[in-house]
Design a protein around this ligand. Structure first.
Ligand code: TYM
Length: 332
């Protein structure tokens, strides 16, 4: 059965492997049979980058990256968040029934507040209500995201339930964080700290536009040690992370070979990293080439953005009209 699916990505940098496996890859299958919306979260970007440089260029770059990953503007609705202001009205309605305590308890809020203590703004605090509005403006039931977004999805369900309860309706679904037939994904970064992310500094993330030399340089710098000294010893996290990346891009036989070498202490991390860099480059190359071939095609990108905006607004306008009716707004 066809479902409504929504997800978004902030345009605060290029797309990396985590974005691809956490969110985008799901859409490739989902867009075939469902009503899919995928947007560039430029409003959300302002919570951490209030005076963004080259905002339009970044948005264009991310749109090109969506298409390069295989998102099809004729199948899915690809749009820019700020092109659909109806969601902001829904954001306002949800904010009226969102409580300070629950917003302050969200882990991503606490993390961001720690990282930018001089800019703990209301947008950051109400990040989950805007996210709920992004999702529920299309009344979506599934949201393909990485594991880091799980709590935000829990908040979305809270706001949906609260609205339904307050107005004695079943209007909004309770959307779930979704990964195609599997558990939510967390792609590790290269700095040993756990998650691949664009804000963790150069070297942690592999971007879909990285060239061969950059990929190699980043991977060769990843943290390792002098190797295990006891057979079948436990793997340190930073080594496990390298194997997790291999799981994504390398052949099963290759992975088994290095796992066996770890178990019998014959592993040479230099060789393993060279192998990972070569496999990674092979995986990234088609994305890189496709991005390069479309990113400067302004005409194509603005056509795609317009097509997406029109489709997204149609869906959003329908919802906002119905929500206004439910709440009781009427012209006098
Ligand atoms: P953002 O821009 O941080 O990340 C975009 C998507 O990529 C996923 N992701 C990862 N998945 C696995 N491993 C990783 N290392 C990794 N890093 C990032 C994220 O889980 C996300 O799916 N709040 C969102 C943007 C957003 C949104 C929404 C998403 C705004 N409104 C509505 C879904 C629905 C964010 O900051 O994503």
């Amino acid at each position: 059965m066809s479902s409504k699916i929504v997800s978004g990505i902030r345009p605060t940098g290029n797309l990396h492997l985590g974005n691809y496996f956490g969110a985008l890859r799901n859409f490739l299958k989902l867009q075939e049979e469902n009503d899919c919306y995928f947007f560039i979260a430029d409003y959300h970007g302002l919570t951490t980058h209030p005076t963004p440089e080259n905002l339009q260029e970044n948005v264009k770059q991310v749109l090109a990256e969506f298409v390069a990953c295989g998102l099809d503007p004729d199948k899915a609705t690809l749009y820019v968040q700020s092109d659909v202001p109806e969601a902001i009205e829904l954001y306002l309605f949800f904010n009226m029934n969102a409580y300070l305590g629950e917003l302050q308890r969200v882990t991503t809020f606490k993390e961001k507040a720690r990282k930018q203590p001089n800019n703990v703004n209301a947008g950051l605090l109400t990040y989950p209500t805007l996210m709920a509005a992004d999702i529920l403006i299309h009344r979506a039931s599934k949201v393909p995201v990485g594991k880091d977004q799980e709590q935000n999805l829990e908040m979305t369900r809270t706001f949906a339930k609260r609205f339904n309860h307050m107005y004695q309706t079943e209007y909004f679904p309770e959307p779930v964080a979704y990964n195609f037939g599997d558990e939510l994904v967390k792609v590790p970064g290269l700095d040993g700290s756990g998650k691949m992310g664009k804000s963790e500094g150069f070297g942690n993330a592999i971007f879909l536009i990285d060239d061969e030399a950059t990929i190699k340089k980043k991977i060769m710098k990843a943290k390792t040690d002098s190797g295990p000294t006891e057979k079948n010893s436990e793997m340190p996290d930073y080594i496990q992370n390298l194997f997790s990346l291999m799981d994504i891009v390398s052949e099963t036989d290759t992975i088994t070979q290095y796992k066996d070498a770890f178990a019998d202490c014959s592993i040479r991390y230099g060789d393993m990293k060279k192998q990972l860099a070569a496999d990674m480059n092979e995986f990234i190359a088609p994305f890189r080439d496709k991005i390069q071939s479309i990113v400067s095609n302004d005409e194509l990108l603005s056509k795609i953005a317009k097509q997406g905006r029109d489709k997204a607004r149609e869906s959003a306008q329908r919802t906002i009209k119905e929500v206004r009716d439910i709440i009781g707004f009427k012209s006098i």
